[in-house]
Design a protein around this ligand. Structure first.
Ligand code: GLC
Length: 729
């Protein structure tokens, strides 16, 4: 009996103890209840502690209340290696080697939202397993100039493509309880003077070109954190810019999460406190290497801000709003019992890496149906180029990764074709350096080139594997490219190789467009962006036809740098003069310029070949008039070749007589379909008024004007396969 009584007592105590679990610790409670309960228990100083770094990549929780800190880490393509708690030096851990996933430009080039969800799920499982709560990515800045060092981290030149492609990545990552941190908000479109350049852009261009991808990520993706960028807008750093953060992001778009400054992007207490910054990171450092003798309490949102609160100069409501947003992020991630354990370097992750890479590779030329290669037809295959062996998961700045294993193109070729494969480096890019260019010894260049040309004479097939490599000025944070050409003598080398052996295929890696002066002298050309850990496998599976390429360009490849719109306006338009840059081309950026101004590019936005062919039927509209609701455009797509393939059908819309100038057409929808040989599929697009609007500079708002519009069904921005016009009442 006594035992029973004891047990009953224990149960009672347990139940009452359970009943006393504070709401903020009870994750059966609604999020807002937990947040407000936690906030009500915190002192002013504890609220302040939430708002700034306590180490290089963590911000504080509330130890006294058992509220966890936020563990953050780069980057968009995988989990950065562990750095020391308080320095930029690698911590040299032995359990932080990861999978490097393809660059986000490669993901954009797949035009496949399903793969975007696969990507977000896989990469966030690696972040979760490494104990991280916030992944510092993705980035959706627009590729305004092909010289920008960080375009490889972004999703191309069109805001609709970038926005539509990044939403699934965010949703699936956050479903695992890992917060994305959308960056770099906003106007971070060059690396030259990135900490200090003031971006002058007209309101219409800002809303039509540079904000929409961010807006989609917030409103459709539900992103939990946003990283304001280094540059200035209207003379104020984006990290502490009231109209950008409190105005556009929080008030207009309804963003309910936390803003996390770029590292070193905060410079002023009053601006940061009243300008919408919630967590200040990396202050007094340059976001890459410089350290600071200052402590974390010297941060702008630390003691200085607390003093303003204590003196009543800034109301407690401002502090409470920030703390609320940080607590919301904590309860969504580090204190979210649904957060997954995750995994690291699993087969599923390598498979995801391979699938995304394969689908992002763009086939740009295939003369005489040279590709796919029947490797058995060739006796001596010469591989030329540094990128055949170089691990391109290193370098590039904060997005660089320490990988467990990378498959290089040469390794994958040798695994399959062994002794048939010969190799010549062909050129050197010097030592891998990220803050300065390592000059290459001309004698070495001559020697490497001579060796390659000598070997070429014995080869019956040449695979050139080059491009850019994430060195300084070669697709790297904190530096832009010096010119539009491939570096290290690659262009001349390709031309001399082609003169020796006409069976030559060029394969390039890189996050940007570049000049292709050799294009008429080679038989095949594929561009592979950066493919991550499975690079060699993805590339070879496309070359040998295991995979039918289906990538399409998310950026325009112009013939010459001078053909890009910003080039018309000189240094003021890029990289700026006296730290002022002017986006003088306005909305005519990317294909909007080439298309409307009839400047023929080398390869247009949305272009990509396949090993099969597709036929587009007639475009049919459900109605010739659109008032409210929607009309439907249908088009039949047929695979007219002899192998299965995927085609991305693109819908562009143009207004015939707008009251304000508009591009001739703009991407408004796309659908990627897989078709068996001979198969026909009907693709349908719903067209509604939201796809017809432009941001009027006169009324400072989105407007839809009555009149005639054209719907263009395209295989690329320059390849119209069907057109149907309709009236808007
Ligand atoms: C860097 C980058 C940002 C990165 C952060 C932390 O300077 O601009 O993308 O997430 O600092 O490394």
């Amino acid at each position: 009996m006594k035992r029973l009584k004891m047990m009953a007592m224990a149960l009672m105590m347990g139940a009452s103890a359970l009943a006393q679990v504070p709401a903020y610790l009870d994750d059966s409670q609604p999020l807002e209840v937990r947040v407000q309960d936690a906030l009500s228990r915190m002192t002013t100083h504890e609220k302040i502690q939430l708002l700034h770094a306590q180490s290089k990549f963590t911000s504080a929780g509330v130890p006294r209340l058992g509220i966890r800190q936020l563990n953050m880490d780069d980057g968009p393509h995988g989990v950065r290696e562990e750095l020391e708690w308080n320095t930029w030096k690698p911590a040299r851990w032995t359990n932080d080697s990861v999978v490097a996933f393809p660059s986000l430009t490669c993901l954009a080039a797949t035009w496949n939202p399903e793969l975007s969800a696969v990507y977000g799920n896989a990469v966030s499982e690696e972040f979760a397993f490494r104990g991280k709560d916030v992944m510092l990515g993705p980035g959706v800045n627009m590729a305004r100039t092909p010289l920008n060092g960080r375009n490889f981290e972004y999703m191309g030149e069109d805001p609709y493509l970038a926005g539509h492609m990044i939403v699934p990545y965010i949703r699936s990552a956050q479903a695992n309880g890992v917060a994305c941190c959308l960056k770099h908000f906003a106007l971070n479109n060059q690396e030259i003077d990135r900490f200090a350049v003031n971006v002058n852009v007209d309101e219409r261009t800002l809303h039509e070109i540079y904000l929409p991808a961010f807006k989609a990520a917030v409103q459709e993706g539900g992103v939990w954190t946003v990283m304001p960028s280094y540059p200035l807008w209207n003379g104020i750093h984006c990290c502490q810019n009231d109209s950008l953060l409190n105005g556009i992001l929080k008030r207009d778009w309804g963003f309910d999460g936390a803003t996390i400054s770029d590292w070193g992007g905060t410079t002023d207490t009053w601006q940061a406190a009243t300008g919408g910054l919630d967590i200040e990171m990396g202050t007094f450092t340059d976001g890459k290497v410089k350290e600071a003798e200052f402590g974390y309490d010297d941060y702008y949102l630390a003691d200085k801000f607390e003093k303003l609160i204590d003196e009543g100069k800034i109301p407690m409501s401002v502090l409470d709003d920030k703390a609320t947003r940080v607590l919301r992020t904590i309860f969504r991630t580090s204190m979210n019992r649904q957060k997954v354990i995750g995994s690291l370097c699993s087969e599923a992750h390598y498979d995801a890496c391979l699938r995304i890479g394969e689908e992002g590779i763009v086939l740009l030329k295939n003369a005489e149906d040279m590709l796919p290669l029947d490797f058995n037809r060739y006796e001596r295959i010469l591989v030329v180029g540094e990128n055949a062996v170089r691990s391109l998961t290193k370098g590039g700045g904060s997005s660089e990764l320490k990988t467990l294993h990378d498959w290089s193109p040469l390794e994958s070729l040798q695994k399959r074709f062994g002794a048939k494969i010969d190799y010549a480096q062909g050129y050197s890019s010097g030592r891998a350096m990220y803050d300065k260019v390592d000059p290459v010894d001309p004698a070495l260049s001559r020697q490497l080139k001579a060796e390659a040309l000598e070997k070429a004479r014995q080869a019956d097939l040449i695979l050139f594997i080059g491009g850019m490599n994430k060195n300084c000025r070669q697709d790297c944070e904190n530096s832009d490219r010096e010119n539009y050409h491939l570096s290290f003598g690659q262009d001349e080398l390709i031309q001399e190789l082609a003169a020796i052996q006409k069976n030559i295929i060029v394969c390039t890696f890189g996050g940007n467009a570049f000049a292709t002066p050799w294009i008429d002298e080679v038989k095949g050309f594929v561009h592979a962006w950066y493919l991550g850990s499975m690079a060699g496998e993805a590339l070879v599976r496309v070359l040998d036809g295991t995979v039918n390429p289906s990538g399409k360009l998310p950026v325009t490849f112009a013939r010459r740098l001078e053909d890009y719109p910003f080039m018309e306006y000189g240094a003021e338009a890029y990289p700026g003069v006296n730290k002022q840059v002017y986006y003088k081309e306005g909305i005519f950026m990317g294909y909007r310029h080439f298309d409307t101004r009839k400047v023929k590019p080398q390869f247009p936005f949305g272009y990509g070949l396949s090993y099969t062919t597709f036929e587009y039927g007639k475009s049919r509209l459900s109605s010739k008039t659109l008032s409210d609701g929607k009309i439907v455009l249908s088009v039949d797509i047929t695979n007219t070749g002899n192998r299965a393939g995927k085609e991305t059908v693109q819908l562009y819309i143009g207004q015939r007589k707008p009251s304000e100038v508009r591009p001739v057409k703009e991407l408004k929808a796309f659908e990627k379909v897989e078709l068996q040989p001979g198969e026909t599929r009907t693709v349908e697009f719903s067209i509604d008024r939201s796809m017809l609007s432009f941001f009027s500079a006169k009324s400072h708002d989105w407007v839809v004007e009555p009149g005639r519009f054209d719907a263009y069904v395209c295989a690329s921005s320059a390849d119209v396969r069907g057109q149907a016009d309709f009236r808007v009442e």
